[in-house]
Design a protein around this ligand. Sequence first.
Ligand code: GUN
Ligand code: ZN
Length: 434
Amino acid sequence: MPLTRKAYRAAILHSIADPAEVGIEASYEYFEDGLLVVDNGQISALGHASELLASLPADIEITHYQDALITPGFIDTHIHLPQTGMVGAYGEQLLDWLNTYTFPCESQFADQAHAEEVAEIFIKELLRNGTTTALVFGSVHPQSVHAFFEAAEKLDLRMIAGKVMMDRNAPDYLTDTAESSYLESKALIERWHGKGRLHYAVTPRFAPTSTPEQLTLAGQLLGEYPDLYMQTHISENLQEVEWVKELFPERKGYLDVYDHYQLLGERSVFAHGVHLCDDECARLAQTGSAVAFCPTSNLFLGSGLFNLPMAEKHKLNVGLGTDVGGGTSFSLLQTLNEAYKVMQLQGARLSPFKSLYLATLGGARALRLEERIGTLQPGTDADFLVLDYNATPLLSYRLKQSKSIAETLFVLMTLGDDRTVAQTYAAGNLVHQR
Ligand code: GUN
Ligand code: ZN
């Protein structure tokens, strides 16, 4: 295959470490006039344009973006494909919301054509918002995951997804059995896990909707294939936490249910964790598990405020999740806007560089993919964004007052959304152009 080499010139910013570990100044690299060189879908060089240009052949194709910032693609560590059609469902908290809105909406994915239609819309929406990798819940129907992976494969995206396992406490039209969930998940793993840039996640919905038998088989699957992911929900809502205690009285608490069935580990991502206690954070960190912080959902469903400082104290891996359709936006910029407010309400701060970390490298670390995505380091996948400083009149005017990249970044996260994402590149290909 002939070498395809392209270069992109703009202001360039990426996270290189967690500010909680190294301090803010050492956590990022910023090139005011930067150059990103891409060879065959991978980043081959990053630096100051003035220095790098001299080392490149004179005829290299260079795309120059003015008034724009190149960043790594965003990483959404928790989202539900079959809830795309029910974002913004009025009035309920978690358990009633699931019964009233979520389950009926997810039931439509029994229809293959519907699954394919929504998978296309969903992937377009991810890319429009600058999300290049997501950890995705399908519905209970395997066809929801087939449709998603087929659409993602066409664009050579790095994506992770799984079919929901759910064999109790849900309507009959939406439940599987322990055995069928095991067999259907296994077939999806055989078909998709490790194909191109796709990965499979074993996906028990949450403890209340799985029997002990199903949770046992979920743990068994994780042992049968290398590098499988596990995704579920935990301690999102106080009523839910009480319900888990009633359903599993023999366990110490919510996390201990998952621990008992061997669902913790380096590729396990637990959504929400709003009501986790200190010991549970410590155990999650000890097992290398990660939590997806989903601020728009936690506010919309009235679930509570995620305690990020407590997670940091335990060195727990945290990624950012939109949790659409409990969450109200596909935009990780808007998700960071709400994350900032969640910290404010707890008397804490969220620096713009910590926010950038959460949306990029932090998410990559939560998914154990930091060697491939989350930064613009040479050798990694060329998944990156061009953010437009003039996306809206207000953004344009506001950024003219900015005195630093920190201020610019913070304003992008406060005022920015899908309109801010001018271009999205995945594996070096332009996959969205506003
Ligand atoms: N807990 C179990 N299922 C769900 C879901 O679909 N969304 C959210 N936010 N929480 C859940
Ligand atoms: Zn969720």
